[in-house]
Design a binder for this molecule. Structure first.
Ligand SMILES: *[C@@H]1O[C@H](CO)[C@@H](O)[C@H](O)[C@H]1NC(C)=O
Length: 296
């Protein structure tokens, strides 16, 4: 989640990395090859318990000692049930879906603000954060980025729900949501010049939603299965993929079933610099989510 100008910088650097993403709509998946300045404009560090439903999906970056490893964020995700996490399908497509085939290599971490962590990688529940392994990754069968960019991840042990770790329900009604909503993520933040790794923190930012009609007219195609946002200051960026877009005051009755009124309406997917940022519209995938992740 970073400043828009910085974003363009990352994009350029991204093109020189060893796995260039030549698609017109770029994904926002993290790779350790991408660096950006830690600029926070209208994206602000999250407070304790403010986004308890966000998780970070992590890969092992390097071995620190015999037992401890450094883990780095590849994507965000959202807790939608005791063992269920919703994220983006493209988070797993690298190297011919390597992580889909080897889910045991990834970890899912909830309750933590820092992006890069040193940890054994064992299943772990502390007051501060919760570490889980992945037992299954279900990718939408018709995923072809950016179409159907959605995946359900099952973790090996239920989350312990408390102030800083909780679930949020996905929206059911496929409607226009309020104009101002919130996205959160562990967007890539480290310095481009000296390549110093600065501990980035979880950020949240305000997103401005376009109506379905306006979105389709900008993209000149039917965008009913997406949510489009435009940004003045804060925006989604690399590393934010899979993370949540949350709205309050929707006209969806599901919102009232929540303790704190708010609903998961979108999953961070990608952006086209000439058009808008795009999120997968979760209400368009209710049947698939229900099938892959039967009720809580
Ligand atoms: C849709 O586009 C119209 C015309 O440009 C604009 O007035 C309106 O504010 C837009 N609304 C949304 C929700 O995008």
């Amino acid at each position: 989640m970073i400043n828009v100008l910085t974003f363009i910088l990352i994009f350029l650097i991204n093109n020189t990395s060893n796995e260039p993403d030549n698609r017109i709509i770029t994904t926002l998946k993290y790779s350790s090859k991408k660096y950006a300045r830690p600029t926070v404009v209208n994206g602000v560090p999250a407070k304790w318990g403010q986004v308890p439903f966000i998780v970070s999906i992590k890969e092992q970056l390097l071995k620190v000692s015999k037992l401890k490893k450094m883990w780095s964020n590849i994507c965000g995700g959202t807790i939608i049930g005791p063992i269920k996490v919703l994220t983006a399908a493209h988070c797993f497509e690298r190297k011919n879906f390597y992580y889909k085939k080897h889910p045991q290599k990834l970890r899912v971490v909830a309750g933590e603000f820092l992006t890069e962590l040193i940890h054994t990688g064992n299943t772990d529940t502390t007051d501060k954060c919760q570490w889980r392994k992945i037992t299954k990754i279900s990718i939408h069968p018709e995923f072809y980025f950016p179409e159907n960019d959605i995946a359900v991840v099952l973790v090996n042990e239920p989350w312990i729900f408390k102030e800083n770790v909780d679930y949020i329900l996905p929206a059911r009604r496929n409607i226009d949501y309020p104009l101002g909503c919130t996205a959160a993520g562990f967007g890539s933040i480290a310095d481009a010049m000296n390549k110093q790794r600065i501990s980035p923190v979880l950020l949240i930012g305000q997103m401005f939603l376009l109506s379905k009609k306006n979105c389709s007219s900008i993209w000149e195609m039917n965008m009913d299965k997406f949510i489009c946002t435009y940004s003045y200051m804060s925006d989604i960026s690399y590393g934010d993929s899979g993370g949540p877009l949350i709205c309050k005051g929707t006209k969806d009755p599901t919102e009232r079933q929540q303790k704190k009124n708010a609903l998961l309406v979108g999953v961070v997917s990608g952006k086209n610099f000439d058009k808008t940022s795009i999120f997968t519209r979760v209400a368009s995938f209710r049947q698939w989510i229900d099938k892959e992740a039967p009720t809580i």
